[in-house]
Design a protein around this ligand. Structure first.
Ligand code: PEP
Length: 249
């Protein structure tokens, strides 16, 4: 059975003290929980203290972004060594906000994925179409491009998670239906296996307005191996409810 993965992406929210409180409470809530892997991605300023708090817990830590160089004159960037140093085991790469707000393209994203794997961390590659692309029936074409370019040059056994995050569902309150998500997940799985030579067992998680009301229906689908949660991961109750719905009934 594939272990479901639930990642909380806190984005640019939370100061150090509330971030630490949240991590502490979450770690406590998860003490007796088995059968789900839970990861949190706080802002950079909270990574070190949160990493210290959760280091002996069931929680893992993720960076929301990284740069592909190890060190040097790259003002404002953060290296994988730095992220690893504070306890990150996962790195989100190519989130749609990085693509649309900060202009990241597939070539840059591919370099970040390579460097993440080289550092021995798990890359969470985010892909997804926007509304215009979905309406124009271009979803699969967009995904083929993002996947073939984002994963270019990588061996099939790479430590990768794919997060399918339709841009129209992120932060909008409009989630993909389980049917829509399953259709795309099945496409991604088939594509990366048949065309790119990756394992069929790679976890493909869904992100986009996941909340306690819709998480059960999404996460009970076999094709959906977990969730990338934004807004609803900022509150203990809603995030825990989503984690619970990833558990076997
Ligand atoms: C995200 O940040 O990746 C995300 C899916 O956000 P939200 O859950 O708020 O839509």
């Amino acid at each position: 059975m594939t272990l479901p993965l639930v990642i909380g992406n806190w984005k640019m929210n939370s100061l150090v003290s509330p971030a630490c409180d949240m991590a502490r409470s979450l770690a406590h809530k998860l003490v007796a929980v088995e059968g789900v892997e839970v990861v949190i991605a706080p802002p950079f300023t909270s990574l070190y203290p949160v990493g210290q708090i959760i280091k002996d817990s069931k929680l893992s830590l993720a960076g929301q972004n990284c740069y592909f160089e190890n060190s040097g004159a790259f003002t404002g960037e953060i290296s994988l060594e730095m992220l690893q140093d504070v306890g990150c085991g996962f790195i989100l790469i190519g989130h749609s906000e990085r693509r649309s707000v900060f202009g990241e393209n597939d070539a840059l994203i591919n370099k970040k994925v390579h460097q993440t794997l080289k550092a021995g961390l798990t890359a969470v590659l985010c892909v997804g179409e926007n509304l215009a692309q979905r309406k124009a029936d271009e979803t699969f074409k967009v995904l083929e491009m993002q996947l073939s370019q984002g994963l270019a040059g990588l061996p099939g056994l790479s430590q990768i998670v794919i997060a399918y995050e339709p841009v129209w569902a992120i932060g909008t309150g409009v989630n993909a239906t389980p049917q829509q998500a399953v259709e795309v997940h099945a496409f991604i799985r088939h594509y990366i296996f048949e065309k790119l030579g990756f394992s069929e067992k790679i976890r493909i998680i869904y992100g986009g307005s996941v909340n306690p009301e819709n998480s059960k229906n999404l996460l009970q689908e076999k094709e959906i191996n977990g969730a990338l949660v934004g807004g609803a991961s900022l509150k203990l109750e809603s995030f825990c409810a989503i984690i619970n719905s990833a558990l076997e009934p």
